[in-house]
Structures are given as structure tokens and as C-alpha cells.
Design a binder for this molecule. Structure first.
Ligand SMILES: Nc1ncnc2c1ncn2[C@@H]1O[C@H](COP(=O)(O)OP(=O)(O)OP(=O)(O)O)[C@@H](O)[C@H]1O
Ligand SMILES: O=P(O)(O)OC[C@H]1O[C@](O)(CO)[C@@H](O)[C@@H]1O
Ligand SMILES: [Mg+2]
Length: 526
């Protein structure tokens, strides 16, 4: 479904956060005016002309005409704080690559709908600016000095994004001055830069990891922006997860405060797929594919012995997407445990009972456990020091080892069955690989969207697909909540139906906890 729609300029109303339509103070404005200087998520309610022209149904005489509930959550633009910034024709007009494209430039009025499933009498809902090249750019190519930095954990595809930012800037916009910041945020102020050219990055996409190296911690807004200023950098491409994007928002705010002509573009990265708003994060599919190898190994091992119990621990701090998708893809998994779904071991409906049942039926069982699952149980047994990494993320306790030991103890102590435990921990293996073909293409689109957005003068934005259409999203929208597996959605039900594992909902205590989790998720869901 095409979720991109165009705003009719004649129907746009004065932007005012959450202002109801129909107020006398509203006046027509052009789409270019749909920008406001604050980085915070900006919201505009705009009725569409087509909907206004539709007959209004069953209204009482004192009923005001309904607005469409069209909301545009816009991103900042350099002209918000530099109103006299000159613009130039986009060099893509001369581009051989785009010569036969029917519509080279994205209309400034194009918007991408956050929700494509709507009710016919419901509001049109939240929209984001459509990503892509604009007719006008706010940088002369020869004056661009861009830099790229990668922060946080690894993820398949980072090198492809780096490569495509460099090649996109160079081949589409003729930009020659591109710097690599090494070792994450702290690299801005503690290391020399690396000159990046299409030749230098030519085959980095074939390797896992990040060509620029990465780190956690070390975000110092003032030092970073001082450095950006000192080096004459005017486009900053920041690849990283939720923490990194929060850091990017602070950099943008400081840049705006100092009135610098610097475009700050975020490319969301995380193996956990926990970034809100966007359809999926890059490298996730590759990781799920790579996880198949571990699951397959576990299955082969446990199939070949008597009462084999295979446990595979996969990444996923607070969200179990990798475990969920790897389980659904595999069909060899009997039970999937994720952070969002509490489970218990003993008694009726518990994990031990299920294992025993599967061993009796099939002679083996494979369990996939996300690293963030059951942390509260592990903490009860292992003395938890509550350690954090350099970025302030809580360090998790090893649920895989804990679970393996618990299962072993249960079956040994009870002398019910002799079991063969096989524990596989492929944690880093699934994210240290190069991205697969579809992630490579996805990374290319992300990189190009970021380059087009920065050249067009947008700043303080994150790029990403929303209902398969790439959009410019306010950074605050992707950092205010984390994407988690929603137990009330059909995807979790599909998994339960596929594995036929217990839902662990039998106990009242757990039921009420799930209710609580679900109501929290609903409150924060988008
Ligand atoms: N709230 C914040 N404000 C400013 N900077 C932050 C914030 N949180 C994290 N950062 C910085 O962002 C960088 C990466 O953060 P973090 O280690 O949390 O990884 P991430 O970007 O969330 O990626 P992932 O979790 O997927 O590995 C670090 O340099 C850290 O200092
Ligand atoms: O050990 P590191 O490199 O700090 O990263 C581990 C964490 O990073 C992630 O891959 C992404 O946040 C998590 O799944 C994992 O817990
Ligand atoms: Mg993170």
C-alpha cells in the first residue's frame, strides 16, 4: 500500500502544536512554513482538501465541521534559525543517474503516514516528511565538509551505511571532503580524522563491524560541537542506537544554540530492533538469519542424543525481537523466552513440565532465550552488583548459563530423567557478520535519505522506513520510547501457535503482571 500522501498547500493551516482546526486564528500557509525551530517533536493538525470537500455526515446544527485529524510531526530545518541561508538548485538536476527518473524531487508537501490501517471515520493521524532529494539544496557541494561517526554496539550493515553515505555524497552531490570520526563520540575530541573517499570505502560493506570503530560513553556535547566548529564540519552523519540518537539530539540543540550551519543527520542502528517508529532496524534480518545457524546446530546436537536439551541465547536486552523472529523462522524451536513475557520454571504450566513433556514426545527440545529474559529470577540467585556499561546501560546477568544449570539441577536432583544439556551462546556471532543482500539495499536507502535530507538543509532528524516509505523523523520520536514485542499483538500469538509452548499465564500472579506490562506497552505504543 502506498502510504505517501501529498499535503495540499491551500489546505495547510497555521502550525500550532495540537491546535484544533476551525479556530479563527488559523490562516493558510505554504508547506515550506511547516517548520518550527525547536527540535522537540513538532505537531501540526492539517485538514486535507479532499476530506473537507467530502459531504459531512449526520451533524447536528451546532456541530462544528470535523477536521481530518491530519498531524505532521516535522523535523527542524537550518532556515529555522538561519532565515537568510541561500539555497541552490540541486545538482541532481544534472545527474546522469536521475536523468530519466519521472519525478526526481520529492515534493515538499509529501508526507508518510505512521499508520496505514485506519477506520473510515477515524482521524488521519500522524505523518512524517517523506525522505528524498529536494529541488533546492542549502549547501554548495564544494563547501560541504561532512563527517561520519558510529557509536554503540555492532550491527551488520554499518559499513554499508558508511560506504553509501560517502559514495552518495560524492557521486550524487560532488562532495569531496568527507571525514571519518574514529571510535565513536569520543573520537571527535580525542583522535585525528580519517579522509573518506569512494575508493577508501569501496569494499568495506563486505566486512562486519565498523570501519570507523565504535565506543560506548564519552559523549560530551560541548567538546563535540567545539570540534565540529574548529574543523569546519557542516554535515554530521551519526550512526547509532537509541543512546546515540539522544546524543545526536543534544549535538543538534547545541549547533542551533550557536547558530551554526551544520546539518545533523541520524541513522538509527541497533541489532535489538528496539528503535521506535521505524519499521525495522538495519542488520536485524541478517542477525535473525545468522541465528538460524546456532539454532540448527542446537537442533542437530540434541536430536542425536537421548533426552537432548538445547539452549540458544540470543541478543535482546529489553526486547525479544531477535529471539521471536529467529524462532518463527526456524521451526526447530520448542520454546522461546523473551524479556517481555514472564515465565516460571516449577509446577503446573511451568517450563520444567513442558520440557519433560516434549522429551517424552520427541526425545529432544530446543529453547531459545533472549539475553534480557528472566533477569529478575537470575538476580535472585546470582549476587547482582547492578553494573553498568560506559554509556550507562545496565549489564545483564547471564540467563543462558543460569537456565542451563536450573534445568540440569531439576532433572538430576529429581532423578526423573538423564538429560543431555547443550548450551550455545552465539551472542556476538550474529552481529559481527556483514549484512545480507536485503540489509545491504536497506542500508543504501538509509544512507541516501540521510544525504538528501542534510543537503536539503534538514537537521536534527533521523531517517527510516515507516510503512515501507522512507521518512524524516524528529529524533525525539525515536528516543522517547523503545520498541518492544507486544504480547497483545498477533505476532506473539503466532509464535505461541507455532511452537505450542505454554504462555505461562496460568498463575494469577503472572496474569496480573502481564496485564500490567501490556497496559504500560499500550500507553507507550505509537
Ligand atoms: N542520554 C544520552 N545523552 C547523550 N549521549 C548519550 C546518551 N545515551 C547514550 N549516549 C551516548 O551514545 C553513545 C552510544 O550509546 P549506547 O552505548 O547506549 O549505544 P546505542 O547507541 O544505544 O546503541 P546499541 O544500544 O544499539 O548498542 C555513547 O557514546 C553514549 O555516551
Ligand atoms: O557487549 P557490548 O558490545 O557492549 O554490547 C552488548 C549489547 O549490545 C546490543 O547488541 C545492542 O544494544 C545488545 O543486544 C547487547 O546486550
Ligand atoms: Mg541502546
Amino acid at each position: 500500500m502506498d502510504s505517501t500522501i501529498s499535503l495540499s498547500s491551500s489546505s495547510l493551516l497555521l502550525p500550532s502544536p495540537r491546535r484544533r482546526l476551525g479556530s479563527k486564528s488559523q490562516a493558510s500557509i505554504s508547506p515550506r512554513n511547516l517548520r518550527r525551530p525547536s527540535l522537540k517533536s513538532r505537531t501540526f493538525l492539517v485538514p486535507s482538501l479532499s476530506r473537507q470537500n467530502r459531504p459531512i455526515r449526520s451533524q447536528s446544527s451546532n456541530h462544528q465541521p470535523q477536521d481530518d485529524g491530519f498531524v505532521l510531526e516535522d523535523v527542524p530545518h537550518l532556515t529555522d534559525f538561519l532565515p537568510n541561508l541561500p539555497s541552490y538548485p540541486n545538482p541532481l538536476q544534472q545527474s546522469q543517474a536521475y536523468a530519466v527518473v519521472k519525478k526526481t524531487f520529492v515534493s515538499p508537501a509529501d508526507a508518510v503516514a505512521q499508520k496505514v490501517v485506519v477506520q473510515d471515520d477515524g482521524p488521519r493521524g500522524v505523518h512524517f516528511r517523506r525522505a528524498g532529494p529536494r529541488e533546492k539544496v542549502y549547501f554548495k557541494s564544494e563547501e560541504v565538509r561532512a563527517c561520519i561517526v558510529t557509536c554503540g554496539g555492532l550491527c551488520p550493515g554499518i559499513n554499508t551505511v558508511i560506504r553509501e553515505i560517502v559514495c552518495g555524497l560524492s557521486y550524487m552531490y560532488g562532495v569531496e571532503d568527507i571525514l571519518g570520526i574514529e571510535g565513536g563520540y569520543r573520537g571527535f575530541y580525542s583522535k585525528n580524522t580519517l579522509k573518506l573517499t569512494p575508493k577508501v570505502v569501496n569494499d568495506i560493506h563486505k566486512r562486519g563491524g565498523t570501519f570507523l570503530c565504535t565506543s560506548r560513553g564519552g559523549h560530551d556535547t560541548n567538546k563535540i560541537v567545539d570540534n565540529i566548529q574548529d574543523r569546519g564540519i557542516n554535515q554530521v552523519y551519526i550512526i547509532g542506537g537509541d543512546g546515540t540518537q539522544k546524543g545526536a539530539a543534544l549535538i543538534y540543540e547545541e549547533v542551533e544554540k550557536r547558530g551554526l550551519q551544520v546539518a545533523v543527520a541520524g541513522v538509527p542502528k541497533t541489532i535489538d530492533n528496539d528503535i521506535a517508529v521505524i519499521d525495522k532496524s538495519f542488520g536485524f534480518d541478517t542477525a535473525v538469519e545468522e541465528a538460524q545457524r546456532a539454532i540448527n546446530a542446537a537442533h542437530v546436537e540434541v536430536e542425536s542424543v537421548e533426552n537432548g536439551i538445547g539452549i540458544v541465547k540470543l541478543m535482546g536486552r529489553f526486547s525479544g525481537f531477535i529471539a521471536l523472529y529467529a524462532t518463527l523462522a526456524s521451526r526447530d524451536v520448542d520454546c522461546c523466552l523473551i524479556p517481555e513475557s514472564p515465565f516460571y520454571l516449577e509446577g503446573q504450566g511451568g517450563l520444567f513440565e513442558f520440557i519433560e513433556q516434549r522429551l517424552k514426545e520427541n526425545g529432544h527440545i530446543v529453547i531459545v532465550v533472549a539475553e534480557g529474559a528472566g533477569q529478575e529470577y537470575v538476580a535472585q540467585q546470582i549476587h547482582a552488583a547492578g553494573e553498568k556499561d560506559a554509556s550507562g546501560n545496565k549489564l545483564l546477568l547471564d540467563v543462558g548459563i543460569w537456565l542451563t544449570q536450573k534445568i540440569k539441577d531439576h532433572f538430576t536432583k529429581g532423578q526423573q530423567m538423564a538429560v543431555n544439556m547443550k548450551y550455545i551462546d552465539p551472542t556476538y556471532m550474529i552481529r559481527a557478520v556483514p549484512s545480507n543482500a536485503s540489509d545491504n539495499i536497506y542500508c543504501t536507502l538509509l544512507a541516501h535519505s540521510a544525504v538528501h535530507g542534510a543537503m536539503a538543509g534538514y537537521s536534527g532528524f533521523t531517517v527510516g522506513p515507516v510503512n515501507s516509505r522512507h521518512a524524516y523523523i524528529p529524533i525525539s520520536r525515536v528516543t522517547e520510547t523503545q520498541n518492544t514485542v507486544k504480547l497483545t499483538d498477533r505476532m506473539w500469538a503466532r509464535l505461541l501457535a507455532s511452537t505450542n509452548q505454554p504462555s505461562f499465564l496460568e498463575r494469577n500472579e503472572l496474569q496480573s503482571r502481564v496485564d500490567l506490562i501490556n497496559s504500560n506497552l499500550e500507553n507507550t505504543s505509537t
